[in-house]
Design a protein around this ligand. Structure first.
Ligand SMILES: Nc1ncnc2c1ncn2[C@@H]1O[C@H](COP(=O)(O)OP(=O)(O)OP(=O)(O)O)[C@@H](O)[C@H]1O
Ligand SMILES: [Mg+2]
Length: 505
């Protein structure tokens, strides 16, 4: 019998449909992929199943019996477990508290919490994912984004005698994970399948979906357009189904080679825990930065922005480069797309157009405010269109956008103005295949004009496909710089690990 049947699921936000009569079925013992472009309605469907968002209409059956899911507690009792796209964790609480206390089921721990037991249970939960490097007593805020995600996943995996889990729903769990961490998660998912339980899985990483999942349902503009076995379709079929048109499954070629003129250079740059780093970016060049997570990539970008104090010298366009922080760097021609869009890149409660233009406008004249606002909107519209932003209007608040579209707003904001150097930190994380290609094309257009790009990415094919040269960071230093052309993924990964460096150079 089918485990879960969703039918006639519809939901509109302020009159604009997000889901229209969607049907989805999940069988026992399958990993079912839920696919679709940014804004297609995946997270909305999941939130309805979780009892977090009320649908306009929905018929839900579990094991053939109709159910009404009107709160997270009901969903939990039915054996549904969720890892939502947004990390809703409590940063001030410890890892253990986040794992064990954030469940919707009330716990009678008595007046005194048995901390030793709590920490031990949390440690065991982490071990199901093979994680031993995270201290259950540490405050969650002290952890990297990837580690926070692992904590979140562990918390969904905690088994409970009263309400056994049947279906795990994961909305882009690997977006912030390294390859190694993702592999661990996949092993756990395979265990879940073997035990006869099921997974509903959302990811924009198609290779991952093709190898991991049994069937897929594709949403486009809120409509379920197809579902079927993944063994029967190709990667390219899946892409066409998702975006309704064909894309080249590749990276756009540079319009012309990088100039020989040096645009930016860092000499013996060092800061807390990183460096010394020496590197240079030519005009029109994309310099990729590769490395395992936490090897100093973000710290390097922060030093270039003047966000952290650094020793050493930097030059931009032949002039000494010493910005006092991101705003100052922006004025000097260095724009930044941060990895953590929700906390660093956006003011979620403000409209899209303000998010794109305001940070920079504050330094320009604000007289004639109304006229300016009209210009702001028009400019935002143009920049948003350039990255295929899916929004009803630019007046919409950023919080109302789907995850991938929030990332596009951050990108549009970086392109506003005339940057000379663009610092990109995981720019396509959570972005759908079609939009990824658009972003790559924008990078090519910019470099053709002589702009330089520093691209930090954990997506190795992306680095190889987009960068001219790749600098490999290990332990806070640039250990190798290699030409991207002709470099294999395996070779690059080995460089990241510091293995066989001589053989691949
Ligand atoms: N709270 C909200 N208010 C208004 N509109 C919303 C709200 N939440 C979602 N939407 C809209 O519903 C549509 C579907 O969004 P959803 O988050 O489900 O997309 P998604 O498929 O998960 O995309 P992504 O891959 O980018 O995460 C989008 O157009 C989005 O802007
Ligand atoms: Mg989503």
């Amino acid at each position: 019998m089918t485990l879960l049947v969703l039918q006639h699921v519809s939901k509109a936000y302020g009159g604009v449909p997000a889901l229209r009569g969607v049907t989805l079925t999940v069988s026992p013992g399958e990993i079912h992929a839920l696919m679709g472009e940014n804004g297609a309605g995946k997270s909305t469907l999941i939130k309805i199943l979780a009892g977090v968002v009320a649908p306009d209409s929905a018929t839900i059956r579990m094991d053939g019996a109709p159910v009404v899911i009107d709160s997270p507690r009901v969903a939990h009792r039915l054996g549904l477990r969720f890892i939502h796209q947004e990390l809703n964790v409590v940063p001030t609480l410890s890892v253990a508290e986040n794992i064990l206390l954030s469940q919707p089921v009330p716990r009678r721990l008595g007046l005194f919490v048995d901390w030793a037991k709590l920490n031990r249970l949390a440690g065991e939960a982490l071990k199901t994912l093979g994680i031993t490097h995270i201290d259950p007593r540490a405050p969650l805020a002290a952890l990297s984004l990837g580690d926070q995600m692992l904590v979140k996943i562990s918390s969904a995996l905690v088994s409970e005698p009263g309400a056994p889990a049947r279906l795990y729903v994961m909305d882009e769990p690997t977006a912030a994970l390294t390859r190694e961490e993702s592999e661990r998660l996949f092993r756990v998912l395979n265990e879940i399948r073997r035990a006869g339980n099921s997974v509903l899985y959302v990811s924009h990483r198609l290779d991952e979906v093709m190898t991991l999942c049994d069937r897929a349902t594709v949403l486009r503009d809120g409509v379920a357009i197809d579902s079927g076995k993944l063994a029967d379709i190709t990667h390219n079929d899946l892409v066409s189904m998702m975006i309704g048109r064909k894309v080249q499954d590749a990276y756009p070629a540079p319009a012309r080679p990088a100039e020989s003129r040096e645009l930016f250079a860092a000499i013996d740059l060092s800061g807390p825990g990183v460096g010394p780093i020496t590197l240079a970016v030519k005009a029109g060049e994309v310099l990729g930065i590769a490395g395992l997570s936490g090897m100093g990539q973000t710290a390097l970008l922060r030093m270039i922005l003047g966000d952290t104090r650094a020793k050493g010298d930097m030059r931009l366009d032949g002039q000494p480069w010493r910005p006092r922080g991101p705003a100052d760097a922006w004025q000097g021609g260095v724009a930044y797309v941060p990895a953590e869009r929700r906390s660093e890149g956006l003011v979620l409660s403000r409209p899209i157009y303000e998010n794109i233009t305001l940070p920079h406008l504050s330094r320009q004249s604000r007289s004639g405010l109304l006229l300016l606002r009209g210009l702001e909107r028009a400019l935002s519209q143009k920049l948003g269109d350039g990255v295929r932003l899916k929004a009803n209007t630019v007046n919409q608040r950023a919080v109302e956008l789907s995850g991938g579209n929030q990332q596009k707003v951050v990108f549009a904001k970086a392109l506003n103005g005339t940057p000379k150097l663009l610092l990109l930190n995981e720019p396509t994380r959570g972005v759908d295949v079609g939009a990824k290609f658009d972003i790559y094309q924008i990078i090519r257009t910019m470099t053709a004009k002589g702009l330089g790009v520093i691209l930090v990415s954990s997506d190795l094919p992306e680095l190889i496909g987009m960068a001219d040269r790749i600098a490999i960071m290990r332990s806070g230093e640039v250990k190798d710089v290699v030409a991207a052309q002709g470099l294999g993924e395996e070779a690059l990964l080995n460089l990241c690990y510091g293995r066989d460096a001589a053989k691949v150079a």
